[in-house]
Design a protein around this ligand. Structure first.
Ligand SMILES: [Fe+2]
Ligand SMILES: [Fe+2]
Length: 317
């Protein structure tokens, strides 16, 4: 019948998503309206960002599962049968799945096509890292998870994190080492200390990361990736920036990055416990921001980082 469109479950092919977070299936699309079915895996966090267009409406109906979101500082639990929508949203809305959750998602924000293409590109970038060196891939996922935890803890500690976008932080942390794709394999995978000339290849990777990310993302993400090895006292690279010249996001990723290197067994280093590494970073107050290492130390003491440390990059909280 003209004008009638039937979609059976087996017939739906368009799907976008990062496997360990969930997926999005397009059910219908017309007149600027998209109807989707969204799956969010248990424990995963997704976020809704404010739209530029004031007319944007995003409606969600929970088919199964349970979600938690923070509304004006207090947690709100939503279960199957509940629905919510955003219209004129001012701040990012963070949503965590308490259980694996299925949602019906209707929006007049043209999202699916751009998301589909965008995630395809990101998946390719991630695959490039994984094929080059699985350690770097797992490290990138760990740094993303640690950075998100640190941001959450800094907010809980009452620090002003309003200017830090979780979205930006996660993309920058996941791709901070993408420039290592240009480091020769024998140097990247070398388990002994590097010679001076080999070290020069490593030192340029933040610039290469920035160059690759510049083609896809805004300047903030590029800056964070470029500066993740800069240290407050000027001892970092590639520019030896000092103090306020380094953004808080780059400081956060710098801490998460060092923490992961210290707590991972790479054959030539002594693998530290989460608490040992956090204490050592906290003690290095000239190099690392104490607001960040303080949050890390709290997390390490509570045992909240163990699960991430044990993961091989295939699971993301
Ligand atoms: Fe790096
Ligand atoms: Fe790194």
């Amino acid at each position: 019948m003209d004008g009638l469109y039937i979609k059976k479950t087996e017939g739906i092919s368009l799907e976008a998503g990062i496997e360990s977070v969930g997926s999005l299936r397009l059910l219908a699309q017309a007149g600027g309206l998209e109807v989707m079915r969204q799956s969010i895996l248990k424990g995963a966090t997704v976020w809704i960002t404010p739209a530029e267009d004031v007319e944007t409406l995003e409606f969600f109906h929970i088919l199964s599962g349970a979600l938690e979101m923070k509304v004006d500082g207090s947690p709100q639990l939503l279960a199957a049968g509940d629905s919510f929508y955003v219209h004129g949203l001012r701040d990012e809305l963070l949503i965590r799945a308490r259980q694996s959750t299925e949602l019906l998602y209707i929006t007049n924000r043209p999202l699916f096509d751009s998301l589909f293409g965008f995630q395809d590109d990101l998946t390719n970038l991630l695959r490039q890292i994984d094929e080059k060196d699985h350690y770097t891939y797992a490290h990138s996922v760990h740094v993303m998870c640690y950075s998100a935890k640190i941001l959450e803890q800094m907010a809980l500690d009452g620090m002003d994190t309003a200017t830090v976008s979780l979205d930006t932080l996660m993309v920058a942390s996941l791709f901070h080492d993408i420039g290592k794709c240009f480091v020769p394999d024998d140097i990247l995978k070398k388990r002994q200390p590097l010679t001076e000339s080999e070290q020069r290849f490593i030192v340029r990777h933040p610039m290469d990361s920035a160059r690759i990310l510049k083609q896809r993302f805004d300047e903030k993400i590029v800056e964070i990736a470029r500066n993740h090895h800069e240290r407050l006292d000027g001892s970092g690279y590639p520019f030896g920036l000092i103090g306020d010249e380094i953004s808080v996001e780059a400081r956060m990723i710098g801490v998460a990055d060092s923490f992961d290197a210290m707590t991972t067994d790479r054959g030539y280093n002594r693998q530290m416990s989460c608490l040992e590494a956090a204490e050592e970073l906290y003690a290095l107050k000239d190099r690392y921001d104490r607001r960040v290492t303080g949050a890390l130390l709290t997390l390490a003491r509570s045992g909240a980082l163990e699960e991430i440390r044990k993961g091989d990059g295939s699971t993301r909280p």
